[in-house]
Design a protein. Structure first.
Lengths: 132, 193
């Protein structure tokens, strides 16, 4: 009986974690950590902002690998790996896994900007990506 | 004296028969890689490299690249790689501490110096004791095995780009089979030397 209930809960909760809920709970968390209101247009301009990447010895932005248009796929600037579109409207898998979101924020902010993103920046990115 | 000679001959011919049989066996194995895969246990396979069996390693690492079989590098290499994920060949590939540890344990437990595999032994023999290679493609064994492939088919080939993309040519590499007969170079075709 216990197993059936656990199973039922898993079936029910897992696919139901749509991107809206995931993003909402992350935004709440960021607000709790001191972030102000989030702004998609600020997220968009950060997406395009160029930083000097010391290993690549050239200026890079999020768009360098993800493409400026979130609805189309991007290509890793060095390895050539295809990176599926970020926009949840065309890629339903996006923004559905909070651990994956935080993992890639950490890696990509450090690689691109040379530091971790603040909670404000992460929230701005999330509302920007979600709006697409 | 005569008696000793006879025993010597018997011993010598025994040794010869045995070593020839071993040679024949290993040759057969090499040519028909994975023919009797099912009968052999993963550790005993000599023709293929043991498969990747850890789901987290598979998921986390192949999000970006081929999940290289752990038997291709020695323990010390995997430790160094897993200890420097913040600069992983120029990328940041940091994982949580728990995940890093789990994946490292998996890799180390099946490293080239731990498993008895033909590829692993060859790779090990080609590395000097003081060397800790971070790239499989930089080991002498790998280089020797790929030295006849012209650059235009790899770095100069947009469909391959790098020796690190095993699957772009070794189409069955994810099944542990790097058999030469199954090589199909992306954008070029079959390769027979």
């Amino acid at each position: 009986m216990k197993y059936i209930m656990v199973l039922a809960m898993l079936c029910f909760s897992y696919p139901a974690m749509a991107s809206e809920q995931v993003v909402q709970s992350l935004l709440d968390q960021y607000r709790g950590a001191g972030a102000d209101a989030f702004d998609a247009s600020r997220g968009e301009s950060m997406w395009q902002q160029q930083y000097l990447q010391p290993e690549e010895e050239k200026k890079v932005s999020c768009a360098s690998c993800h493409s400026a248009d979130l609805r189309s796929s991007g290509m890793h600037m060095r390895t050539g790996k295809i990176i599926e579109a970020m926009a949840p409207s065309v890629n339903a898998e996006r923004l559905t896994d909070p651990e994956k979101i935080e993992k890639w924020f950490k890696r990509n902010c450090k690689w691109t900007m040379g530091r971790e993103c603040t909670v404000q920046e992460k929230g701005d990115f999330l509302v920007f990506i979600q709006s697409k | 004296m005569k008696q000793q000679n006879i025993w010597g001959m018997v011993l010598l011919s025994g040794c010869l028969t045995f070593s020839l049989a071993t040679l024949g066996w290993s040759d057969e194995d090499e040519r028909w890689g994975g023919k009797s895969k099912q009968d052999k246990n993963v550790w005993e396979r000599t023709s293929d490299v043991p498969l990747v069996t850890n789901k987290n390693y598979q998921t986390e690492c192949s999000a970006c690249h081929f999940a290289y079989q752990p038997g291709f590098l020695p323990e010390r290499s995997w430790k160094k790689i897993m200890g420097s994920l913040d600069d992983h060949f120029g990328e940041n590939a940091e994982l949580s501490d728990a995940m890093t540890q789990e994946i490292e344990n998996f890799l180390v437990g099946r490293a080239a110096d731990v498993i008895p595999n033909r590829f692993s032994r060859s790779i090990l023999r080609s590395i000097s004791a003081g060397e800790t290679p971070l790239r499989i493609s930089k080991t002498a064994y790998f280089e020797r095995k790929h030295d006849e492939i012209p650059n235009r088919l790899v770095a100069g080939n947009p469909k391959v780009r790098s020796f690190s993309n095993c699957l772009n040519c070794h189409t069955t590499g994810d099944q542990g089979s790097f058999d030469e007969h199954r090589v199909n170079i992306a954008g070029f075709g079959r390769w027979d030397d």
